[in-house]
Design a protein around this ligand. Sequence first.
Ligand code: ADP
Ligand code: MG
Length: 329
Amino acid sequence: MCAHPRAHAKGIYIFMIEINNLVKKFGKKYALDGVSFSIKKGEIVGFLGPNGAGKSTTMNIITGYISPTSGSVTVGGVDVFSEPMKVKKMIGFLPEQPPLYIDMTVWEYLCFVYELKGCKMNKSAHLSEICELVKITDVKNRLIKNLSKGYKQRVGIAAAIIGGPDVLIFDEPTVGLDPKQIIEIRSLLRALSKERTIILSTHILSEVQAVCDRIVVINAGKIIADEKTAKLSEALGQSNRFRVKISGPSREVLNLLKSIHGVTRVTQDGAREGDAFPYIVEYSGSIDIRKMMFRALADKGWPILAMEGVDISLEDLFVKLIDGEEEKR
Ligand code: ADP
Ligand code: MG
């Protein structure tokens, strides 16, 4: 396969990573069905999708560990399939299951990876610096098999950044970690993101919001959204929903709320509190339904006890994106 046409002969390239129309079939099943996106130098991109969406398959293809059925990938202007060794040198990869040698100590393993990558730096200084950065200095003489999941994950990250690759590809780096470890890995990712290009896959939505500049959403082997995180977050703020607590018979209240012009959806949200029930009311963009709601409920003698706006979570947005995609099919 030849270099991508936009990759200049002298190695001048527009995107650090360019993924073009990747298709991957396992038997008759399409794991990837025309995946394309590009990543600029220095970007930190969240690759978000539910289990089985195709995240690991995409990452394994970008890093040259498996080949696609069709499509192309360039990293730093270099074609992954024609020059896999060159590309592998540019990438630090944390696979979904890092291949740790559990009978080695942390330091032995890092030395092993250092040799494997054919690094030509000051070994001891380089590895010590990485241990500091990843905060594993205090366990460097321990056997990997005796480490907690969080520490094992850090050793995997340490191995990935040996040799100082410009591009980091981390497949679900926080899976199986506890909340404290997740926060630590997040701040580590932020520290690493300076001057590096990072793709980080996750099925946890708050993760990408916390760390990434941009979010690429994949579902069933297709990209269904590709947005700046700030833009997505902005959209999240413009919620057309509120939570309202109303004292009155729940079924009738529900029906009344649904009958108000502009209301698109009403759900009961939580348990009875005295003679009141909480509801989530969604309404279409331009109409302010609050006055109508007040009048309708006052007519019935069902007082509103509380009312507050609800921000759309990324979870909701994600479900919407997927639903939207399914409706188009
Ligand atoms: P994700 O990482 O988003 O959870 P994967 O990329 O691992 O998803 O998988 C995408 C789809 O491809 C899934 O349906 C999965 O079952 C299938 N798949 C992945 N690897 C293989 C394989 N080696 N053989 C057969 N099917 C596979
Ligand atoms: Mg995966």
